[in-house]
Design a protein around this ligand. Structure first.
Ligand code: GTP
Ligand code: MG
Length: 668
């Protein structure tokens, strides 16, 4: 099995198993009435992330470097023939996305190029099936499929004017324009974007492969530069061993691949073309080594990051089952690097998110268990004090519990006040993170620039916008810190006056998300410096640009806003659960005393009941600990450690061994 396949398999397995552990923890918490709304939301979101995880690998290069052929060799060598069209000259005319979405049928969807004239960016069209042309693909008919895929090569001939509107013709940069035919027409791609939906084993596991047309030309879909490529988890940049790094290769490298957060791979393809009947194999090897070194030097990357391969030889050899050919193609070294570098990184990323969130949840539960056990201990103490006491004493205690309960209820007014202050402060934080606010800020950008989207002015206005957005995040940070301070102060008072044991979580950090903003800023600033920026002069395109921008910024703001919401909801949940617990406790105490008063034999019975309840909490705690350990071991890929057992309460010199456990904590 090709290397990449087996690695992705392991990754898929890991995701499924980690998801199962999270599900077990959430189900256990839900069954035992321990799952608050905010935490339930977190579990759902995290599980959706694990199961819906997409891994996008984008292939980027000048035309005819072998992108499509390499995709064929890595992903489609089991099909018995070449699937994606690969031929000399310009072949792939539009970006092609290969993936699998169960909800859609098996087939090819094509978005007509004319949609570029509308203000909707590509992302808006994704949800609108009616805008795409659909071609069914028959999995059992490889030839028919390959033929259907030839659609990605389709072109149209249009007038110079239309080509300009579509973004393929610029009078200012004649050297990049497509050749003008004798009939006065120029050739442009027929499709704006193609999506292939296939239940291929890799695609089913969440891999998305992006094949791109040669990128040097004007007319590159800006969505590619601004949306898809910056978000790809890995980009593979391909060079020809016969040509080395040409000037246009270098332009593409600088314009599209200089983003920081990506895993980048450089492939030196077509090493088979270096074979030379007049040289010895050793001499050919030396040429390859020299080419590799020179590529590394030119691109300023370590030479180990450059992979000399032959995609064509690899594909042909895999199709014919020739192991020596596959070895000679050196494809596997590249596949290994791709999977070993990329997958563990994605995995670490997901594991980190799952573990951090689950640990917070556990922390919350442990605090809650501690509070419950504290109340049981008090109650046991109270009941034991009644041993051998008269009915009058019990009566006295009953009054006392009643009085205490009444006194405690005075906290509700205080809690109410705190809640309304909290809600107001939270609304303030969220207000500046709304999509409405974001849109207003972007509108300011547009006003500043007016009709004149001269690249220089546009850049400055855009940088200003990013500055304002960073300030909004900073402000949200400050305001949430204020909430934290308010909670710390209120909790201290509530704890002192009403015997709560509220502890404020540590302050939230949303400042880290300015990194995401910086990345978007970098992409856009870079884009505004590109030749394609001439299209910004077109009104329709400005609108596309604006919408793309808003949709990417919105993701950042929504993340910040969700984090803040989760943090605040968790804080409220703690107060609610302690309030509920305390009320239940008063009720239980009162009922115990009431029964003891009517029958003196009740005391031992009640004592036993409270012990049972405490024991049950201990068991819950142990079980949560075990589930957590299993989750951590799975997420981090280690063997499960032995589950630690929680220590019983110190002041409980009672026999805690118990055969049965009461069904529910809500017995009161
Ligand atoms: N000799 C040789 N030819 C190759 C190799 N890889 C690809 N080719 C050929 O190079 C030509 C271009 O390959 P494609 O895969 O179409 O190139 P591309 O980068 O997808 O090009 P566009 O789709 O036009 O952007 C085809 O004829 C391939 O068969 C290789 O390793 N060795
Ligand atoms: Mg191609």
């Amino acid at each position: 099995m090709p290397t990449f396949v087996s690695h992705l398999d392991e990754f898929g397995q890991w995701r499924a198993e980690t998801d199962a552990r999270l599900a077990a923890l959430a189900a256990f918490a839900r069954d035992n009435d321990l799952l608050d709304e905010a935490s339930a939301g977190w579990f759902d979101a995290m599980r959706a992330r694990l199961s819906g995880e997409k891994l996008m690998v984008a292939f980027v290069a000048e035309f005819s470097r072998g992108k499509s052929e390499l995709i064929n060799a890595i992903f489609f060598s089991d099909k018995g023939r070449r699937m994606m069209p690969a031929s000399a000259g310009r072949t792939t005319m539009c970006p092609v996305e290969l993936g699998y979405d169960e909800a859609t049928g098996v087939g090819l969807s094509l978005l007509p190029i004319e949609t570029r004239l509308t203000p909707q960016p590509l992302s808006d069209y994704r949800a609108d099936a009616s805008a795409w042309n659909w071609i069914d693909l028959d999995l059992d008919d490889a030839n028919g499929m390959a033929e259907a895929l030839n659609e990605v090569m389709r072109t149209r001939r249009v007038s110079v004017e239309e080509a300009g509107q579509l973004g393929f013709w610029d009078e200012q940069r004649p050297e990049d324009n497509p050749p003008l035919g004798a009939d006065g027409l120029v050739e442009v791609p027929a499709w704006r974007h193609a999506r292939i939906n296939l239940p291929h084993p890799l695609l089913k596991r969440g891999l998305v492969v992006l094949d791109t047309p040669g990128l040097n030309a004007i007319g590159t879909e800006p969505e590619l530069t601004l949306g898809l490529l910056p978000q790809a988890h890995a980009t593979v940049f391909i060079l020809g061993a016969d040509t080395g790094v040409t000037k246009s290769d270098l332009d593409i490298w600088r314009d599209h691949l200089s983003g920081p957060a990506l895993a980048r791979f450089v492939v030196l393809n077509k090493i088979d073309t270096l074979a030379d009947p007049l040289s010895t194999p050793e001499q050919v090897q030396e040429v390859i080594v020299r080419q590799r070194d020179s590529v590394a030097t030119t691109l300023e990357i370590p030479r180990e990051h450059v992979f000399p391969i032959s995609a064509r030889l690899a594909l042909a050899s895999r199709l014919n089952g020739q192991a020596e050919g596959v070895a000679e193609s050196r494809l596997e070294a590249f596949e290994t690097a791709l999977s070993e570098d990329l997958l563990p990184r994605r995995r670490a990323n997901l594991a980190d998110a799952a573990v951090t969130g689950a640990e917070q949840f556990q922390h919350q539960l442990v605090r809650r268990f501690g509070e419950m056990r504290r109340l049981y201990a008090d109650q046991l103490h109270e009941l034991r004090g009644l041993r051998g006491k008269s009915g009058g004493k019990v009566q006295l205690m009953l009054h006392r519990v009643q009085a205490e309960a009444n006194e405690f209820e005075q906290c509700t007014a205080r809690l109410q006040a705190m809640r309304s202050v909290h809600a107001r402060m939270l609304r303030n934080v969220q207000h500046d993170l709304s999509s409405e606010r974001l849109r207003r800020e972007v509108d300011v950008l547009q006003q500043v620039m007016g009709g004149s989207w001269l690249p220089l002015g546009a850049k400055k206005a855009f940088v200003d916008l990013c500055g304002r957005l960073r300030a909004l995040i900073e402000q949200a940070q400050m305001r949430n810190n204020e909430i934290h301070d308010m909670l710390v102060a209120s909790y201290a008072k509530l704890n002192a006056e009403f015997g709560f044991s509220l502890v404020a979580d540590k302050a939230l950090d949303v400042r880290k998300y300015t990194e995401d903003l910086n990345l978007i800023e970098q992409n856009y600033v870079q884009y505004l410096g590109l030749s394609q920026a001439f299209r910004l002069a077109q009104a329709g395109f400005q609108e596309q640009f604006r919408r793309m921008l808003v949709s990417r910024l919105r993701v950042v703001f929504e993340t910040v806003s969700n984090d803040i919401e989760l943090w605040n909801k968790t804080a409220s949940a703690q107060v609610d659960s302690q309030l509920r617990e305390r009320r239940r406790n008063f009720k239980r105490r009162y009922e115990s005393l009431d029964r003891i008063q009517s029958a003196s034999t009740e005391l031992d019975h009640r004592l036993q009941e409270v012990q049972d309840q405490d024991e049950r909490v201990l068991q819950l705690q142990t079980r949560v600990g075990t589930l957590m350990d299993e989750l951590l071991a799975q997420a981090r890929g280690q063997a499960a450690p032995r589950a630690p057992v929680a220590a019983p309460l110190d002041d409980l010199e009672l026999d805690l061994t118990l055969a049965t456990v009461p069904g529910s904590l809500d017995g009161a």
